[in-house]
Design a binder for this molecule. Structure first.
Ligand code: WTA
Length: 648
């Protein structure tokens, strides 16, 4: 059997879960009294304005409701309740691209968020339930804006700054947003870049709901200004009072929307709740990251993704921790940047994506050794499967063979971690997410609920509802039901299917094998192949296209396109790739660039016309074709495509 890595217990004297026995005991507690145990934690961890009456309402499944009747405010949970004991503790340490730092204490955070909240209320008349879209760089004002929305009960929807104007527009329209909060731009690798022009372009058509654009001046580059629509944050904020009462919110009121990719073209507005979400954000900080009062926690995600929401802003602040927010990239001014930050800030938990780990490994395998990284206790990874080689380098070189690695499996829809090692308890097998957290009933099953045999691939499902789960897809209850509860049943009930495949080993550990739907994971960014295809189809010469994921040394996966040209059209692979990527840049953003493109005579289709993607995936990987191809409409096409790919 493979070697297991045991925790160095001396690093975790105050861990909440100290052994696998304690872990098992907690799992049992949830098994015996599911609702009672969740209720106990909700009462212990959250500051309620009014206690809840019912823990879990399953009457309208899968539209589950948690902590029904409870009243709460997430900004209060993240800020106000800490003021008595840690008002001058650093809440956020922000490091700029150029290395400048800003320390924001809990008291300062309280004032900044209140001023922001007052600005939203007084100037823009934002009320409870209104949607506010954030298109922001990694600056403290992004966190202030999120928390200000939470404070007044507005629903934020953060759109990742790498998305194009078209992608931003789609999200604004779907959310029917009243206000956009953005910045002129920010700095990356020593140079200013812009965001505001993308907002201007997005608003050119169809965004009738938008009344105003609030612009934070970060780099003071010259930008276009629409009088009467655009407002200068830096000026307006000065007039606002630093006191703003927290809105009394219902447990189940929406806290935020976050758009993510699914297997069809249109992105889904994943809707999260107040109480359930913040409870799990806080609890996973304690369980997975062993967060202690004097710790400094650094998650390198962008706030445009769920990881940034839960583990830069909401989780660390709800836990009363110090969270690091970084504007730049870990390779500027050199590949030692991240290690230097860890040394200087004495980071205790470092949380990043396998793509970053592979890149830092490749560019400077020995670089971490030049720095004192002894403050680290926990190294986290998220977003895509990590390969054993990257895992070992992370463990041995970055963690110096002593830190616990937590390979956290979760999703935008799950709100927080689902399956992960516990740093002071779980013996870890490299590249396995190991076991579900207590309270999370994750199972690898067949579609009918039968457990998948050990060592075989099955569907990764969560068979009981949990507090931080997605509540619905904004404006589309049907799609919510079909996307997540339409595929798998367990004990006769539809259960949440993640879209991922997984395997269980003889230890009961779960290893994620990747998406089984048409979603690919490029550098930890989740992209729907249908979305990429939809964009590419706007190219005049393209009759049909299928995009699949191909393994990539650094990015994990990269998009590989098979294209059929319209009659009488001609192009070369290189030329078409360039043109298609121009369109993708406009429609989605550079994050979705196609890496390889081949022009083929036709796509392999079944007689009913379904494109055989599995076949294309094998061809893209240059694997031998094992599938039976005799059922294809034209079996000879497979060989033709294989030859084209071989010669490309
Ligand atoms: C993948 C990111 C393997 C998975 C938090 C999932 C992972 C998708 C892991 C969600 C992991 C996330 N090991 N794969 N530790 N964590 N994934 O919504 O395919 O951006 O379904 O959430 O990332 O991506 P999302």
């Amino acid at each position: 059997m493979e070697k297991l890595y045991y925790p160095h217990l001396e690093l975790f004297p105050n861990a909440r879960i100290k052994s696998m026995d304690e872990y098992e005991a907690l799992v049992q507690e949830f098994e015996k009294d599911y609702e009672g145990t969740w209720a106990k934690y909700a009462r212990e961890k959250l500051n309620w304005f009014k206690d809840f009456e019912q823990t879990l309402d399953e009457s309208n499944a899968p539209f589950y409701k948690w902590f029904v009747g409870g009243k709460i405010n997430v900004a209060y949970q993240c800020i106000d309740r800490h003021l008595d004991s840690k008002k001058n503790k650093a809440a956020i340490i922000w490091e700029a691209d150029n290395g400048e730092r800003k320390v924001i204490t809990y008291l300062e955070l309280y004032k900044s968020v209140n001023r922001f909240a007052n600005l939203l209320k007084n100037k823009f008349h934002i009320k409870k339930g209104d949607r506010v879209v954030l298109y922001m760089p990694m600056i403290p004002e992004a966190a202030f804006a999120m928390l200000a929305c939470a404070r007044i009960g507005a629903i934020h929807s953060v759109v990742f700054g790498g998305f194009s104007a078209d992608a931003l527009r789609d999200r604004i329209i779907d959310a029917n947003a009243k206000l956009i909060i953005t910045a002129d731009g920010a700095f990356r690798k020593g140079k200013p870049y812009l965001l505001k022009p993308t907002v201007d372009k997005a608003l050119e058509e169809g965004c009738e709901s938008v009344e105003a654009v609030l612009v934070v001046k970060r780099n003071n580059e010259s930008i276009n200004w629409v009088e009467g629509r655009d407002y200068n944050y830096n000026e307006l904020i000065k007039e606002q009072s630093s006191e703003c009462e927290a809105e009394i919110m219902d447990s189940e009121d929406p806290l935020f929307l976050l758009y993510t990719s699914g297997s069809t073209g249109k992105p889904k507005g994943v809707q999260h709740s107040q109480a359930g979400y913040i409870l799990w954000a806080q609890m996973t900080m304690e369980w997975t990251f062993d967060i202690q009062d004097n710790d400094t926690f650094w998650c390198t995600a962008d706030i445009g993704w769920i990881t940034g929401h839960t583990y830069i802003v909401y989780g660390p602040l709800a836990a009363g921790a110090t969270t690091v927010m970084f504007e730049g990239v870990p390779t500027y001014p050199d590949v030692g940047r991240a290690w230097k930050m860890i040394e200087e800030l004495q980071i205790n938990q470092f949380y990043t994506a396998p793509t970053a780990i592979r890149m830092l490994h490749k560019l400077g395998a020995d670089e971490p050794k030049k720095y004192d990284l002894s403050s680290l206790r926990i190294l986290g990874t998220v977003g895509e499967p990590i390969d054993p080689a990257a895992w070992k380098w992370y463990y041995e070189v970055v963690g110096n063979g002593r830190c616990s690695i937590v390979d956290t499996w979760w999703q935008t829809e799950t709100g927080g971690h689902m399956i992960t090692p516990l740093p002071a308890a779980t013996p870890v097998k490299p590249a396995s997410a190991t076991k579900p957290l207590p309270g999370i009933f994750a199972k690898v099953i067949e579609k009918d609920g039968t457990p998948t045999p050990i060592g075989e691939k099955g569907y990764l499902c969560i068979v009981k509802p949990w507090p931080s789960m997605i509540r619905t897809i904004w404006n589309d209850n049907e799609r919510f039901k079909n996307s997540y509860f339409g595929e798998c049943v367990y004990e006769g009930k539809p259960v949440y299917f993640s879209g991922d495949g997984a395997m269980v080993d003889e230890l009961g550990y779960i290893t994620i094998t990747g998406r089984v739907d048409d979603v690919i994971n490029v550098s930890g960014h989740r992209l729907g192949t249908a979305e990429i295809e939809g964009a590419a189809k706007k190219h005049d010469a393209i009759a049909a296209i299928a995009v699949v994921g191909k393994p990539h040394e650094i990015k994990g996966e990269s998009p590989f396109a098979f294209v059929v040209l319209k009659e009488n059209q001609e192009s070369s692979n290189e030329e078409l790739l360039k043109e298609v990527n121009e369109i993708i840049k406009e429609e989605i953003g550079a994050i979705a660039y196609i890496e390889n493109l081949v022009i083929v005579p036709d796509l392999p289709k079944t007689r009913s016309g379904k494109v055989m993607r599995r076949l294309l995936r094998a061809i893209a990987k240059k694997e031998a074709i094992k599938q039976d191809t005799s059922t294809l409409e034209d079996p000879s096409i497979v060989q033709a495509i294989e030859t084209i790919v071989k010669n490309s």
